[in-house]
Design a protein around this ligand. Structure first.
Ligand code: ADP
Ligand code: MG
Ligand code: MG
Length: 869
């Protein structure tokens, strides 16, 4: 196996092996762009290292060969005392994990080569600056020394000066201080052997894959834990060599709006992370036109080359060394949900992609974000300040000033806004916990902005008027308004505005569009075009789960093509509880029938309302499912009431208490419910079917589908179905009769069950519960966190269909059901019906439709379209 690839050997499609950074560095190299030479150690080597605890055999030799080639090409040797080659050792996984893993710059410097570098460059200050950066980065990431220690030493030396004001002597002293820190913390000298530096840095990058913050980020972003990272070894170019040098980041379009233009930040006389870390204030990229017009023009040229080549928005990291531009990274850039839709349709109009591709470039997750409410424009709240609109949305919560506090309060269910001067990767847990993030420093490319956009979290950054005092737990806005920990603030990620107190929210334009609003603003036009195309290409129909005429009407507005699940339980609640009690307490057939007769007209009216709202579209009605004791009073309460009343206790209450006792179950989810109720309580299902039939008779164009829940054997279904068909025939009503597939036995005997069912609908909530033997109401809080930590699953099986287990049962049921009845209609009505990954799975196994909550209908339509491409 080959573990090392030169940049000339790779390309952008090798992300699995070379990571995103390595693959794109190779791609840029092969496009003839100015990339410093280097090579990539594969993710394969990393996986081996993580599994075996050591690098694979032969890796060292391969690295030696590539390093030698690099040295020959550069005409310098790594760490040579007279004229050293320096390299960076950079992490880079398949999926970008901004700032989550490690990079070490300036490898190859030591007490001897720093002098060689000073001499060769004619710039002593630069050489010592590079050396102190090496010890600092190496100390922190490779030797695991608290980064604060180095920063504190630097701050103390700087006093009120900027880092650029430090001279060679200052920096040389700083190097000594840093070496002292290493000695003190680690009981060893900073390693001066360049090869050893490189080797240790490579291992540290591998190890950083499992750093806690990287693990947390992957879980949040659903990036598989087993991918590993590649390592890029790149010849150093220097942005910290004077004012004619610098480093910057740029986007080919605005990642917030999608508009074309020049978006980025530049910092003169700086290296690496200085731009994003907010160490000094960056200048907007436009300024580069004045500072270095030739490099500016070349950069714009390269940006357009990259856009045309990747046919998408790219982000870029670059460095200018004494007027020479170098490209250090590019990738298809993260963007806000709104920008994703706008950019996709812009690229269609520019002829770079077609509509199919545009649909595949947006996601249901992004669409869902666009449906969130916004702040109302007419809020009377005090506006504290305005920062940059880094990631859209409207977030309200208590201000907190540390990640730990954010996690603590959010854990108690309190919404919080994390307020920081700037964020760094250690703030990740707090960012996840918070409703939104507010920073006083850093631009749209700062850590806070990039990470928040990736997570779809509201973010306002660079609110420079805000003075954040983390230690005191407060911040001060212009005019002296103080926000202390716990004070409620509201931040608007679409405008950058920050308000005191809670600002009321209104529906978003995209939500209004789905509810029949105008197609005017740019974003709504883009969403409309993409939705139309998704609808045109998708094979899966999309229905909604709706129990009331109001929900049904809303679902229809969102584009639902019917109801996949209408639950009838709520029709037994409220005032009707008393009728249900009568039914349960009935001691004779007459009493029971009287109770049923009283319920029937009520149910009929409910169904008529739903048929009217869904006129002409299918409505799947599930006969009553939950155990009957759910409709009875609480046992303890009733027992106390009867005991207190003593001899005077109401006769009815006594009987009720007996019934509650009799119906009590240890495992109600596995007890007397669903079809079992229908078989045990005579007349119950028949009453429901009559109500459906009578409602249908009075409706314009009803398409009823009667669904029997919790069937595990065809025999259970047969008698219920016969009775239903008899009633329908009597009434002269045409309706389908089918069943849910939610018991594993039903899936495994689907071939038999299909004999008695005209349709199947997967109830994946119960099916998951019973396949895993997980009680959904109990396990999520009890131990799912642990299971996620252990990697037993990457996402809760209640959130996204477990393809291997539950999915396998579904496949069997589809295949065997259709073998019996080729025209068997099959859908899904569990909550998974609105989950993007599950929608794709349902498409894959050939279902006819998915059904989800009304608000997820649009998401499911889009994902069904994407699945079909
Ligand atoms: P991240 O994945 O966190 O973005 P990178 O590996 O891209 O980390 O490194 C961060 C920064 O370090 C880069 O943006 C670049 O400015 C600087 N850098 C990395 N390698 C080199 C190099 N060979 N020469 C100059 N600067 C470099
Ligand atoms: Mg980078
Ligand atoms: Mg169920």
């Amino acid at each position: 196996r080959k573990f090392v690839y030169d940049f000339t050997e790779g390309n952008k499609d090798l992300k699995d092996l070379l990571g995103g950074k390595g693959a794109n560095l190779a791609e840029m190299t092969n496009l003839g762009l100015p990339v410093p030479p280097g090579f990539t150690i594969t993710t394969d080597a990393c996986r081996h290292y993580l599994a075996e605890g050591d690098v694979p055999d032969g890796l060292a030799a391969e690295i030696a060969v590539h390093l030698e080639a690099l040295e020959t090409r550069m005409g310098k040797r790594l760490g040579d005392a007279a004229d050293p080659l320096l390299v960076s050792v950079r992490s880079g996984a398949k999926f970008s994990m901004p700032g989550m893993m490690e990079t070490v710059l300036n490898i190859g410097l030591n007490d001897a080569s720093v002098l060689g570098l000073a001499k060769q460059s004619g710039n002593e200050r630069f050489a010592w600056d590079s050396y102190r950066r090496l010890i600092q980065m190496f100390g922190k990431t490779v030797l695991d020394i608290e980064g604060e220690l180095f920063e504190a030493a630097l701050d103390e030396l700087k006093g009120s000066r900027q880092d650029t004001d430090l001279d060679a002597g200052d920096l040389q002293r700083l190097v000594e201080t840093y070496k002292g820190i290493v000695r003190e913390q680690k009981g060893r000298e900073f390693p001066s052997d360049p090869r050893e530096q490189m080797e240790l840095a490579i291992r540290a990058v591998f190890d950083s894959w499992n750093a806690p913050r990287a693990v947390l980020y992957r879980r949040q972003e659903r990036i598989p834990a087993e991918l590993g990272t590649a390592v890029n070894v790149v010849a150093m170019v220097f942005g910290n060599i004077g004012m004619d040098s610098g480093t910057g980041v740029a986007f080919t379009r605005d990642p917030g709006s999608g508009h074309q233009g020049v978006y980025g930040d530049y910092l003169q006389n700086a290296q690496g992370e200085d731009v994003v870390a907010g160490i000094r204030n960056t200048v907007p990229l436009q300024e580069l036109e004045r500072i270095d017009p030739a490099s500016y023009r070349e950069l714009l040229d390269i940006m357009s080359t990259l856009e045309n080549h990747y046919r998408d928005l790219c982000d870029i990291e670059f460095t200018i060394e004494r007027g020479k531009l170098w490209m250090l990274q590019t990738r298809v850039g993260k963007r806000t949900a709104g920008a994703a839709f706008c950019i996709a349709t812009q690229l269609v109009d520019e002829g770079l992609i077609d509509m199919d591709e545009a649909v595949s470039r947006v996601s249901g997750h992004q669409l869902a974000q666009l449906m969130f409410p916004r702040f109302s424009a007419t809020a009377g709240n005090t506006r504290l300040t305005t920062g940059m609109n880094a990631s859209p949305g409207a977030a309200v919560g208590k201000a907190v000033f540390t990640s730990a506090k954010a996690v603590e309060l959010a854990g108690r269910g309190e919404p919080v806004i994390l307020v920081r001067r700037e964020t760094n990767p250690d703030d990740l847990a707090g960012m996840i916990a918070a409703q939104g993030v507010l920073t006083s420093r850093g631009g749209k490319t700062s850590h806070a902005a990039v990470v928040a956009r990736g997570m779809g979290k509201t973010c306002v950054c660079g609110a420079e008027e805000l003075v954040v005092d983390t230690r005191a737990g407060r911040c001060t806005a212009p005019g002296g308004v103080v926000v202390s920990e716990g004070d409620v603030i509201s931040i608007d990620g679409s405008t950058g505005a920050v308000y005191l107190g809670e600002v009321p929210v209104v529906a978003s334009p995209v939500m209004e569009y789905f509810e029949g609003g105008p197609v005017e603003d740019e974003l709504v036009v883009a969403v409309d075009r993409i939705m139309r195309h998704a609808d045109a290409v998708r094979r899966l129909a999309v229905r909604a789960n709706a129990d009331t005429p109001e929900d049904a009407a809303r679902a229809r507005a969102f584009g639902a093509q019917g109801i996949g699940l209408c639950r009838t339980e709520h029709m037994f609640l409220g005032d009707r509880r008393k009728l249900v009690e009568d039914l349960i307490l009935a001691s004779t057939g007459e009493e029971r029938q009287a109770a049923l007769d009283a319920l029937e007209p009520l149910q009929k009216a409910d169904f008529a309302g739903i048929f009217a709202a869904m006129d002409g579209l299918p409505v799947t009605i599930r006969l009553i499912d939950p155990p009957l004791h759910e409709f009875l009073p609480d046992y303890t309460e009733l027992a106390v009431k009867v005991a207190l009343a003593g001899d005077a206790a109401d006769e009815k209450d006594r009987r009720l208490l007996d019934a509650v006792k009799r119906l009590h179950e240890q495992n109600p989810m596995l007890g007397l419910r669903g079809v079992r109720l229908g078989l045990v309580i005579p007349g119950l299902f028949a009453m429901q079917v009559r109500a459906i039939a009578d409602a249908a008779k009075e409706s314009a164009d009803p398409r009823a589908e009667i669904m029997i829940p919790l069937v595990g054997a065809v025999q259970e279904l047969e008698s219920v179905r016969e009775e239903a068909l008899r009633i329908l025939a009597d009434k002269g009503v045409d309706a389908m009769v089918g069943t849910m597939i939610e018991v594993p036995r039903a899936a495994l005997t689907a071939g038999q069950i299909a004999e008695a069912a005209e349709f199947f609908s997967f109830g994946t909530n119960d099916l998951t519960q019973m396949t895993w033997a997980f009680s959904r109401d109990d396990v999520e809080s009890a131990f799912f966190g642990k299971y996620l930590d252990l990697g037993i699953f990457g996402v809760s099986p209640f959130e996204s269909i477990d393809r291997d287990g539950v999915g396998r049962l579904m496949r069997i049921a589809v295949e065997e059901g259709r073998r019996t009845r080729p025209d068997l209609k099959i859908g899904i009505c569990g909550e998974h019906g609105g989950d993007p990954a599950s929608v794709h799975f349902c498409h894959e196994i050939g279902l006819d439709y998915v059904s989800c909550s009304p608000f997820r209908v649009a998401v499911a339509r889009l994902e069904a379209g994407r699945a079909a491409l």
